[in-house]
Ligand binder design. Structure first.
Ligand SMILES: [Zn+2]
Length: 364
């Protein structure tokens, strides 16, 4: 069940490439997994690791039935499930239709956004049909569902019209709340893995904004406690988005936002639920540091204390040149502080501990 967490390359782009590049063509994945030649353009080290990942993705996709339904059907199920879950959490829900489309309406047609919510206010102002828009080409299995569940949370805060541009704190709220719906669809482990893969292991600047927001909100949830935090978020449905803006401002400026948020949310009975708390903890503890070259990953995985580097180099010769090997040792030693060598002998190696925890990723 937790195989996804062990995946070595599982950043969002790796996932998008591996699981989504051919839409839902899992036969293609199966062929790729069975036939390493398809990965010929990659270095031998990347190929070695990618083959392992492909086999895992294939197994998980089969187990979850992700490949058995057409895209629109998958997303509709996600939409209906999320509506139910948000009602159960005590939210009033909107009835914006789900629109799975090739292109987004203007002025968003030129963006590469995966999902977009245009509420009734937006619809009026822009002269377009309101709805939850999802770009069909980006609705990869698992990720498409995550997009629908995330966008739907935004709609919960549209009952009070607002001038506030939806950013920062609200994005983190959408990620955490939507994970409850994703968990209902595919289990908590999968939901958490999707969220971590999408939000934590990111390279592009824009994606870091989502990561920062998710971390900010996760920290706030841990301070308030799950029940009180949920109560605060429910309260925003009637008091309006300005509450998010206020809380974020005081989190950023003074650190006394907890008082601010708790004063308005005092009736909760803390400690009733733990799943969002666990998720918030994982979000805050997932390290970004252990992203490395595929060669570094293989060396880190195999180097045992007392082993000779010369022997290890021979053992790994099918995957890397002697120069790549020595660069990888250097990377683990000097950049990542995971490996210590004395002359030709490995003195210490911490990499397996992190690899086993599923937090090491290789550059694809
Ligand atoms: Zn969003």
């Amino acid at each position: 069940m937790n195989n996804m967490n062990k995946m070595t390359s599982f950043n969002a782009y790796g996932y998008a490439f591996l699981a989504g590049a051919r839409a839902v063509d899992y036969d293609w994945l199966a062929r790729l997994a069975a036939n390493p030649i398809s990965l010929k353009a990659m270095s031998a080290s990347v190929r070695e690791l990618a083959i392992r990942d492909l086999a895992l993705i294939r197994a998980i996709a089969q187990q979850k039935g992700l490949h058995s339904k057409p895209t629109v059907e998958r997303l509709n199920v996600a939409y209906a499930t999320a509506l139910d879950v948000y009602k159960t959490l005590g939210f009033k829900v909107a009835d914006l239709p789900l629109r799975v489309q090739k292109e987004f309406p203007r002025p968003y047609s030129d963006t590469d956004l995966w999902g977009l919510i245009l509420d009734r206010q937006d619809g009026r102002e822009l002269g377009v049909a309101p709805g939850i828009y999802v770009r069909r080409s980006k609705a990869f299995p698992g990720i498409g569902e995550a997009t629908v569940c995330h966008e739907l949370v935004h709609t919960l805060f549209s009952f009070v019209e607002s001038e506030a541009l939806v950013r920062g704190y609200e994005e983190g709220v959408c990620d955490l709340i939507s994970s409850v719906a994703l968990a209902k669809l595919y289990g908590w482990r999968w939901a958490a893995d999707i969220l971590i893969a999408l939000r934590i292991f990111v390279e592009e600047r824009r994606d870091r904004i989502y990561r920062d927001a998710l971390r900010q909100v996760s920290a706030h949830l841990l301070i308030l406690g799950e029940e009180r935090w949920l109560e605060f978020v429910r309260d925003v449905q009637t008091s309006g988005r300005k509450r998010f803006v206020e809380v974020e401002r005081s989190l950023l400026c003074s650190g006394d936002s907890t008082d601010l948020a708790m004063r308005s949310a005092s009736k909760g009975s803390p400690g009733q639920t733990t799943q969002l708390t666990n998720l918030a903890l994982r979000v805050l503890t997932a390290p970004e540091s252990y992203v490395m070259s595929a060669q570094g990953y293989l060396v880190g995985e195999r180097a045992t204390v007392g082993a000779s580097l010369r022997d290890l180099r021979k053992q790994l010769a099918p995957f890397m040149s002697p120069r790549e090997f020595s660069n990888a040792v250097n990377e683990l030693h000097s950049d990542l502080f995971l490996l210590v060598v004395d002359g030709d002998t490995v003195i210490a190696n911490e990499a397996p501990r992190y690899i086993n925890a599923g937090v090491c990723r290789y550059r694809f």
